[in-house]
Design a protein around this ligand. Structure first.
Ligand SMILES: Cc1ncc(COP(=O)(O)O)c(C=O)c1O
Length: 414
């Protein structure tokens, strides 16, 4: 079998997708998916903008467009990034089919097969998949509650010489971690010193609860006179609607040029009707109040899940209350068994609550003493009930007589 076919044959597919297939079961509560709350998707605002677009369907709206994206959306996106502090011109941006496409295209143009890419201990699985399909060797940089541990990065850069580093500094998936300013500045220094291109993935940065996160790496880099190469991507999925499949990439000119060519080969351009609709939405100045609504609602849901977990599972889980984003990253108490991913599917079916095991986010796919619990999609009542079921299920696991499954402590020390 060719190396490429072998890569696809081995790929396991996302365990989260497998979980989501069960989420529709009668009576199931899913804390598994990172999907926005359907009640918070802006149907009215989108419908009005879409009607404006469909009302004048002709010529350009039905025609092929530029690979870089339609001028209106590039302009509106550049204005939005600039308003947030990132100096961006429309000509420096590419509109992508979700930020997933930016990750995939950057992996294709930045990584030679066999080269290494540095990533955090726990990552968004579809990014890891894109890196693997590009033939990358994944190098783990230890991660803690403040994101990538940059103190340990230098030795890794010296030993492994990765040319690219992927990082989610704001409310990361799955850890919810926010990288503090000092770590961001040190990461930029190291990137410049070792010639590492940073892929900064920021789909959650606007979903902060009480306090905005520090500025993006790309912005700090601009302010410092651009010694490092930073490709910054963000997404409209979590702040408007994932169905539009639209994201933005801001990158140095040579990287952007290569990504545009790769996008030509991938899908020519992102859908024009979606781009025109989103440009009309952004032009109506309703994003800022919509973001206020999202922040308040997700903050309330994050607090509801954290409170319910304190009530029903505090003896079994350790976690920090979320400060933004969509996830609670919870560590399983040391004497709980360390289960393989499939057993968490069985757990979900038995206790009618779906959670994603840490293994889904790790490079090795080995069992981990962590669970990702998403508060974004369920109603507050379902979050309450989901936490109760999770607590009961974990208690049942804890009180099981020891079997051939080793405890978390034994496994992690191995
Ligand atoms: C960290 C991260 N990056 C990128 C994406 C992709 O988002 P989209 O392609 O919808 O913009 C996600 C989606 O959940 C994510 O969690």
């Amino acid at each position: 079998m060719s190396a490429v076919r072998a890569l696809y044959a081995q790929a396991s597919g996302s365990p989260i997708r497998a979980m989501l297939a069960l989420a529709g079961q009668e009576g199931m509560i899913s804390l598994a998916g990172g999907h926005p709350d359907p009640a918070l998707l802006p149907a009215g605002w989108l419908r009005e903008s879409l009607e404006g677009v469909t009302g004048k369907l002709q010529g350009r709206s039905l025609q092929y467009g530029a690979t870089e994206g339609l001028a209106e959306l590039r302009e509106a996106s550049a204005a939005l990034l600039t308003q947030r502090g990132l100096a961006a011109k429309a000509s420096e941006l590419l509109i992508t089919t979700g930020s997933q496409q930016a990750i995939d295209l950057l992996a294709r143009v930045l990584i030679e097969p066999g080269e290494s890419i540095a990533v955090e201990s726990f990552n968004y699985p579809a990014a890891l998949q894109a890196f693997r399909f590009a033939g990358a060797r994944l190098i783990e940089v230890p991660t803690d509650a403040q994101g990538m541990d940059v103190d340990r990065l230098e030795a890794i850069l010296q030993a492994e010489r990765p040319r690219v580093l992927y990082v989610v500094p704001n409310f990361a998936n799955p850890t919810g971690a926010v990288m503090p300013l000092a770590r961001r500045l040190r990461l930029l220094e190291l990137a410049a010193q070792y010639g590492v291109t940073l892929m900064e993935d920021d789909p959650y940065g606007e979903l902060w609860f009480d306090q905005a996160p520090p500025p993006p790496l790309a912005q700090l880099n601009q302010q410092a006179g651009s010694p490092a190469q930073v490709a910054y991507m963000t997404s409209y999925s979590k702040v408007v609607a994932p169905a539009l499949r639209l994201g933005v990439l801001l990158a140095p000119a040579d990287i952007l040029r290569a990504v545009v060519l790769a996008k030509q080969a991938a899908d020519v351009h992102s859908g024009s009707l979606e781009q025109l609709t989103l440009a009309a939405m952004l032009g109506s100045n309703r994003l800022a109040p919509h973001l206020e609504v999202l922040r308040k609602a997700y903050a309330a849901k994050g607090a509801a899940l954290a409170d319910a977990l304190h009530t029903h599972a505090s003896e079994l889980l350790e976690f920090d209350a979320p400060q933004g984003g969509m996830f609670v990253w919870a560590r399983l108490r040391g004497d709980l068994p360390l289960l393989p991913a499939q057993d968490w599917v069985d757990f979900g079916l038995r206790h009618k609550v779906l959670v994603v095991p840490g293994a889904a986010f790790s490079i090795s796919n080995a069992a981990q003493p962590w669970l990702r619990l998403s508060f974004a999609n369920p109603t507050p009542a379902a979050l309450q009930q989901g936490a109760e079921r999770l607590g009961r299920g974990l208690l049942a696991l804890a009180s099981k007589p020891p079997t051939d499954i080793k405890s978390t402590h034994e496994r992690t020390s191995a």
